[in-house]
Design a protein around this ligand. Sequence first.
Ligand code: ZN
Length: 413
Amino acid sequence: MLLLLCLTPLMATAMAQEADAPAVAPVGLPNVMDVRVAVTPERARLVIDLASKTEFALVSLSDPDRLAIDVRAATFTVPEPAVEVSEEGVIASYQVEQAGPERVRTTLTLSSPAQVQQAYVLEAFEDQPARLVVDIIPASAEEFAANVAKDFEASGASAPVADDSALPVADNSTPAGGSELPIATRPLVVIDPGHGGIDSGAEAPGGAKEKDIVLAFALKLQQLLMASGRFDVALTREDDTFLRLEERVALARANKADIFVSIHADSFQQPDIRGASVYTRDENATDVLDKVLADSENKSDVIAGFAMPQMAPEVVDILLDLMRREMRHQSYTLAESIVHQLEPSVALRRFPVRQADFFVLQAPDVPSVLVELGFLSNASDMANLLQGEWQDRTADALARGISSYFDSLSAPQ
Ligand code: ZN
């Protein structure tokens, strides 16, 4: 499930060439302003700050094992060009150097085999510079050797690198400004208890309200995830507050969430419908029940006197299409991981991984799922939802599902 947006090789022979810093910076090329590396045992992220967007290229090298990342840039002014990485992970050290008149190279020396999971350039946004972001994950020795061989072969082996126009143009997707993912040591999970404030959500015959049930559940889930020591966990609301749907989405995006999990327990006119299910977004889903649920969820804002939510303009931007497809895929993987853990201990609907057009799942850069814990309109589900033991067991299964999703991301391909 790796997304290789632009793993394009450099000329391997370029590595042997002497650095040749230009006396005068070429016109129109950006400078590299900073280089940072964040490392965890499971993954690493390289961020290169640039005065403006530029092209880049990536290559794997052996003896010693390295990943080299070239950007087309005039020069660099990073505070620390050579850094030993103290955290335990795949990168031991990194170095920034001028590799040619229009080429600034960052070389990551690896402590164990690794590969690029994804790489993309972000536009400058407000006070943030343009950035190249490279995500790196562990690889097997065989995978790394294969990448080295492939890059070496693609270099033409003997061709001297005289012409910097040979620097491959990365055809990478360009997310909207400000959507850089975090340089975080722990993944950020955003839990979204549905409804709140003036919007009670569904209501059980006995008077129990969805907004209260899902908030209590979300707080339990947060405790479990935080206790695992693996995640940072934020809630979109921690009390009985009304939040618009797009505020929930914006909150996840602005905080650069790694996943977004919206929690609901809706009702339906047929009281025999019961069981938990996990939704990902699909605007074209046609199941009637799913459509009714999504439509009623999407009216949350109307209940509070706001207009129906609109699609954010960047969501229809064709440049984001590739990223959206990847997010859709990851969302589906997350939904499957959660259902897999729920299955042994919780009553599920038939085909529990489902698709519907939930507005709250629209973030193009955050894998998002909506968990329906059960139906307030069903007596058995209702009894479960109010029972502490059921809540604990279900929250525990959800936490395990979330963990196994992140395991699958960091597992070698
Ligand atoms: Zn709901």
